[in-house]
Unconditional design. Structure first.
Lengths: 1030, 159
């Protein structure tokens, strides 16, 4: 009998009378044993027979109720049916015994057994859904009981009778709905497009926001196609903007402490400083480069205004980075005096406090106003939609200033909406959805309004700038692909409300460059066909003349020089204008009313209402910048808007045929670009560390949710850390390995000369050991060198067409010099698989042995890569034992001593780590030595804490990560998937720099950069080409 | 397309002389003779994208030759669209291959197909990004020209 059956039976019998055995009080000497037993035995009821009690139920020293009772059917081991009938029966005890039995039977019959539901009383085919809470569905005779039962259940369950909620109609009423929405976004902020996303996306609560992760519809491939052929839209408003204002030189002086020139352009890059381009940089804690990185930011300088050195700078950072970045910025700029935002001071964004909207809106509302609303207005100000940051208490400071440096830091989180359009047609989508603002007519010019646009129109200089910007925007129509524009170009613009010209149907915007407009190019037909053999030279000459004739001069200028500096200015930088635009937005209702009144349905609304001009900024995003192939893949534009206008621009963009992506697509985007994604791929940044911890917990939970028999046993797969990567341990182990190898090499070959190097490296080591940890290599020069050593190739391992001469050939000296400057570093690499296979998260990158490379070079048929021998799970028995003991402690309260169990386990563990690699390669045998301290620590008699032990996972102190398998581990993959653009499996990950250089040294020149890749739940290694892309 | 479709970034020793085939005096910067060769990273932009009809075939050097040939054949056959004419385009290094494809098509058709070739010049844009952006000054752009061929492969009108 299985456990559940047993339990069922126990439950059923718990309410039955315990025993019906009749013990005759005065047993006559002759008939003491005979009379009742045989008969009872034949009925199978009275006598407790040892065979009948189930064999599995061993832990039952319980009462007779457990053992007695009826067991259905013929029992195998209970086959001793007595056949010897008694010779005589004494009447009185016999009848009394029967009477007792009858009594018990009656009692059992009257009492409801087993489940106390009344539904059991009716046959299955008469049962109906929802009977439990609508008792009228039951037959009448059972209703009363059911009612009673229900009341009892409600009381016992402790469920409160829920207060009757309002009717759906009341709940959906606008004001109440807003209240509800505002309540729901107190904790996790909503973006302005949240409701749109909530209807179509799986929404995650992440980083204090509710963000769309992936669409509910199946569109992974469609989104990828959109990214590479048309346009993919993503709401990036959750990125935090931090504004810095102050004198240029002071700002630069402060900020230069956070960056290093070695990692690429900094805040002071000429083009970025002029405001013409967006810049990007990796920030470090002040003066701490190359250790203690914070994370990447993009930044935008406001173009200089003539005759003033006061500058404005926006830093865009990921929300997890902001909490580290903001204090660092404050300390660097010495901005410690918060400005309390009670009085709206200068440079203070208006709080999303529930203030009623100013005049013009109310006045407009009158014709459509309803009785109810006006009634509510009397009670108090209507509940207002939260625009901007709803989680912040209104009195929390958002700006900090400094007396000494005069720098003002403002937190503009959610003050500016940022949409990202990715794909070669994103400029076409923009040019179709947006149009430059028209000038106000003279009449409205004369009036004084609280709106910004009429004022703007009065200023002649501003208007000429506006027309110039509009002209530049027009030239976008002549551009064929977004990648043709210089990367990072910025364009300021004032546009009309895109809702005014919303198409009736969803259309697909395409750039309308026709053959005659794209003449630099490529082709133009002459009507007369010229045979290949008889190419007419004259004809050719004149054709070349035609063809080289530059396409529209302006487009060409845009492509070569980008947008002129003065056109990068925008009113979006001005917070007064921003607030004004936000407050005076026409409501959706208003727009719809206007649409209704238009004579031709679906035509454009005109004249443009005064409120409908919005300042925006367009920022070009360069696509793939690194590597040899797929150049500028994923290029696009970012659209920056004042807050409150999110949906007004979102829907018109969607109507231009873009696809919408979520967080998942953002990861795929960065994967296609070969760029690390924050915070996933920054394990050395505090935000990255936090992310890894969260991810580990999440993955572990997911793992534990599976039934134990269906879980992957990662120990058997030789995967030490399937859920998180021990980068620190990896870097340390490789340091040891390389150190030992170097010592051996030096001892044999060189001797004296390298001692100096040795000493310096030792010095370096001791210097860096103090600050524990590892760093990711971001020095561009070193990366370039490394890239040359790896032999740049394209995906699928094809060698690039032009092999450049290496700057410094890879030899022992250059290697040593390289490694002394970068101790315990990791390198960001791209891996493309040579054969089939799809890399997954946390796949191992391993060193290929000579044997593997030889087999690959021999072109052995169907050699897809070596296999790892299945490991033995030495913890399994331990987990089982623990399970048993815990059960015992549950049943009998005496706890067995756990130390007894753990002693042999510790021995097991030590053996496991000692024989971690069944087939040690030359390299791993070196690694073996490095592993000893680790394994020693693992084999301490304490053992891991008992709660950690999960079947299939290594308990905490891991053995040597490098030498655990038959191939030596170099690093792990952080993003991996089948790449739809390259047509093979591609992965991005980090490897130990020491390990990588060491491996490259050992490999023959023509096979340099080949490594093995193995998924955490697989035993098959796949060959992959490793590229370092700069 | 051609190898220029796959631009790369490499730490480049820039050629001191402008590449053959076109003037290198891009409007973006001073002539190339002045620049310090080590301090710049060369990054090539994509050639201008062109409108693409169904019967346009842009030949590149990365895809297998046979695959590209098969694609053209399919376009001309009834099953793959049954176009009366297709255009094979090649840029730079891929010119050779484009011609090869066109001739193979003609040879395979027993004389039914005819060819008409045109050549043109394509302007390409290179970005020169200074490695040390704070001091070396602005990034520059440079234009250069490359040759292209457009071969019309068609069935002549029966007259």
């Amino acid at each position: 009998m299985s456990g559940s059956k047993q339990r069922m039976r126990e439950k059923k019998l718990s309410k039955q009378p315990a025993s019906v055995q009749y013990t005759p009080p005065p047993p006559p000497p002759s008939s003491s044993s005979c009379p009742s037993t045989p008969l009872n035995g034949s009925q199978g009821s009275g006598t407790p027979m040892p065979g009948h009690s189930s064999s599995t139920h061993d832990a039952s020293p319980g009462g007779p109720s457990d053992q007695g009772g009826w067991v259905r059917g013929h029992q195998k081991d209970g086959g001793d049916y007595r056949v010897d009938f008694p010779k005589y029966i004494t009447a009185t005890p016999f009848t009394m015994a029967r009477a007792m039995e009858i009594q018990a039977m009656l009692k059992a019959v009257t009492k409801a057994a087993g489940s106390c539901h009344v539904f059991g009383a009716i046959p299955k085919h008469m049962r109906r859904r929802a009977m439990s809470h609508n008792t009228k569905r039951l037959p009448r005779r059972l209703r009363e009981v059911a009612n009673r039962m229900r009341e009892k259940g409600l009381k016992a369950g402790g469920k409160k009778e829920q207060p009757k909620s309002k009717s759906r109609k009341a709940r959906r009423r606008h004001g109440n709905l807003l209240l509800e929405f505002n309540r729901r976004q107190r904790k996790n902020m909503w973006l302005e497009t949240h409701i749109w996303h909530a209807k179509r996306f799986h929404v995650l609560k992440k980083w204090g926001y509710c963000l769309g992760d992936r669409p509910t519809s199946k569109c992974y491939r469609a989104c990828h196609r959109a990214m590479s052929n048309h346009c993919l839209l993503q709401d990036l408003s959750y990125y935090c903007c931090i504004e810095l204002q102050g004198e240029e030189d002071k700002l630069l002086a402060c900020l230069s402490r956070l960056t290093s020139k070695e990692t690429g352009p900094t805040f002071a890059a000429v083009l970025a400083l002029s405001g013409r381009r967006q810049g990007g940089a990796t920030l470090y804690r002040a003066g701490q480069y190359p250790s203690q990185p914070l994370g990447p930011v993009t930044f935008l300088w406001r173009p200089r205004t003539s005759g003033s050195s006061h500058r404005q700078l926006w830093l865009w950072a990921h929300p997890t980075l902001k909490q580290d970045l903001l204090p660092e910025l404050q300390s660097v700029c010495q901005c410690s005096e918060p400005i309390i935002p009670v009085v709206p001071p200068v440079a203070m964004p208006v709080q999303p406090a529930p203030t009623p909207s100013p005049g013009p809106r109310k006045a407009d509302r009158i014709p459509g106003a309803k009785r109810k609303r006006s009634a509510r207005d009397e009670d108090g100000p209507p509940e207002k939609k939260i625009v901007g940051d709803g989680t912040r208490p209104p009195s929390a400071p958002v700006s900090w200033t400094s007396a000494s440096t005069g720098i003002l830091i403002t937190d503009l989180t959610l003050e500016i909406v940022r949409y990202r359009l990715i794909g070669p047609q994103s400029h076409a989508v923009l040019t179709e959805a947006l149009e430059a603002a028209t000038q106000c007519d003279a009449m409205s010019n004369a009036m004084t309004t609280p709106l910004w646009w009429p004022d703007h129109c009065k200023d002649q200089a501003k208007m000429t700038l506006h027309w110039q910007q509009a002209e530049v925007f027009e030239t976008f129509k002549g551009v064929c692909s977004t990648g043709e524009v210089p990367s990072g170009t910025v364009l300021g613009l004032n546009v009309e409300d895109p809702r005014l010209a919303l198409p009736q149907k969803r259309t697909k915007a395409l750039s309308d460059v026709t053959a005659d407009q794209a003449p630099g190019g490529w082709f133009e037909y002459t009507s007369g066909s010229v045979l290949l053999g008889s190419l007419c030279l004259v004809m050719q000459m004149c054709q070349v003349r035609i063809l080289v004739e530059p396409y529209a001069d302006k487009t060409r200028e845009l492509m070569l020089k980008g947008v002129p500096e003065h056109c990068c200015q925008s009113s979006l930088w001005d917070h007064f204008v921003r607030d004004n635009v936000t407050d005076n937005r026409l409501s959706e209702q208003e727009i719809n009313r206007m649409k209704r009144e238009v004579l031709v349905p679906g035509s454009r609304l005109s004249p443009t209402p005064l409120q409908s001009r919005v300042p925006v900024l367009l920022v070009h995003q360069p696509g793939k910048q690194v590597g040899q192939e797929m150049g500028s893949w994923g290029a696009g534009w970012d659209l920056l808007l004042p807050k409150g206008w999110g949906m007004a621009f979102w829907v018109p963009l969607v109507y231009r045929g873009v696809r919408i992506g979520g967080l998942k697509m953002a990861i795929k985007h960065s994967q296609g670009q070969g760029a690390p994604h924050f915070p996933h791929d920054y394990p050395d940044c505090p935000a990255g560390v936090r992310f890894q911890e969260e991810q580990e917990a999440e993955l572990l939970n997911k793992f534990k949710r599976r039934p134990p028999a269906k879980r992957t046993n990662y120990i058997k797969h030789g995967c030490l850390a399937p859920f998180s990567c021990p980068w620190q341990q990896l870097a340390e182990e490789w340091e040891l390995i390389v150190g030992e190898a170097a010592e051996a090499g030096h001892g044999a070959e060189l001797g004296v000369r390298t001692d100096a190097q040795e000493v310096t490296s030792q010095g370096e080591c001791s210097a860096t050991v103090a600050q524990s940890g590892f760093s990711v290599l971001r020095n561009r020069k070193s990366l370039r060198l490394l890239s040359a050593w790896c032999r740049p190739t394209t995906s699928k391992g094809q060698r690039s067409l032009r092999a450049r001469d290496q700057a410094a050939p890879l030899d022992a000296a250059s290697q040593a010099a390289f490694l002394t400057t970068h101790v315990r570093a990791l390198a960001w690499v791209r891996l493309s698989l040579l054969t089939k296979g799809k890399p997954e998260l946390h796949a191992q990158v391993c060193v290929a042995t000579q044997e593997d490379l030889r087999r690959l070079a021999d072109k052995e048929a169907d050699f897809g890569g070596p296999l790892e021998h299945p490991h033995k799970d030495r913890f399994k028995s331990r987990v089982k034992r623990r399970k048993k003991t815990s059960k015992k402690t549950q049943t009998s309260s005496t706890a067995p001593p756990t130390s007894k169990a753990s002693d042999p386990d510790a021995a097991d563990l030590a053996r496991a780590s000692a024989t971690g690699s069944p087939d040690p390669t030359p390299a791993s045998s070196v690694a073996e030595r490095g592993q000893t301290p680790v394994s020693a620590s693992a084999a301490t008699p304490q053992g891991p804490p008992s709660s950690d032990l999960v079947l299939g996972l290594w308990p905490d102190p891991l053995p040597s990560v490098t030498a655990h398998c038959s191939r030596v581990t170099l690093g792990w993959v952080t993003q991996g998937d089948f790449s739809l653009s390259a047509g093979c499996g591609e992965a991005l990950g980090l490897v130990s720099l020491e390990g990588l250089v060491h491996t490259l040294m050992a490999q023959p020149a023509e096979q340099r950069g080949l490594v093995l890749l193995r998924n955490p739940s697989a035993l098959h290694y796949r060959l992959a080409k490793l590229n370092v892309e700069v | 397309m051609s190898e220029a479709r796959s631009p790369g970034s490499t730490a480049a020793l820039l050629p001191q002389t402008p590449p053959a085939g076109g003037p290198a005096a891009g409007p973006g910067g001073p002539p190339s003779a002045e620049m310090d060769p080590v301090e710049y990273t060369l990054r090539k932009r994509l050639p201008r994208k062109l409108p693409k009809r169904r019967n346009d075939v842009y030949v590149n050097m990365k895809t297998d030759f046979r695959a590209q040939l098969a694609r053209c054949q399919k376009l001309l056959e009834g099953s793959g669209g049954g176009h009366r004419e297709i255009c094979v385009h090649g840029l730079g290094l891929a010119i050779n291959r484009a011609i090869n494809i066109a001739l193979q098509l003609q040879a395979g058709s027993q004389g039914a197909l005819q060819l008409a070739a045109n050549t043109s010049t394509v302007e390409l844009v290179d970005d020169l990004e200074p490695d040390d952006p704070d001091e070396a000054g602005e990034p520059m752009t440079r234009t250069r020209n490359n040759s292209a061929i457009h071969i019309k492969v068609y069935y002549p009108d029966p007259q």
